[in-house]
Design a binder for this molecule. Sequence first.
Ligand code: AMP
Ligand code: ZN
Length: 116
Amino acid sequence: MLEGMTEANCIFCKIANGEIPTEIIFQSEQILAFNDIAPEAAIHALIIPKKHFRDVADLTTQDKTLAAELLAAATELAEQLTDGNFKLQFNTGAEAGQTIFHVHAHLLSNSPRKLT
Ligand code: AMP
Ligand code: ZN
């Protein structure tokens, strides 16, 4: 994968570059988060690097700083949306359930943060 390159036909690259409109729930220079289109929990968000990597192994091998940033963003979002009970999941490989080969963390929780 070349630096800054966008994968043709990658749906999450298209979300990251604005070709497919999505409601953004968190954004920084390199990271984006949006709600999963088919939620499996009360809170089900996806957190991605804007740059394309096929999976979490690829990301971590190639850019540990960005991997740490992704984890920090996911945790920050979890703190905003949940009461501290949540899962972060990276499906890696088709046999493990990965269907979109642009690395994404699933943030899953049935414990929304209570507004005071
Ligand atoms: P995975 O199976 O781990 O690759 O996760 C892919 C996730 O992306 C699934 O949970 C899908 O529901 C979700 N998804 C697919 N297309 C979209 C989309 N356009 N917007 C938001 N989430 C999507
Ligand atoms: Zn991509």
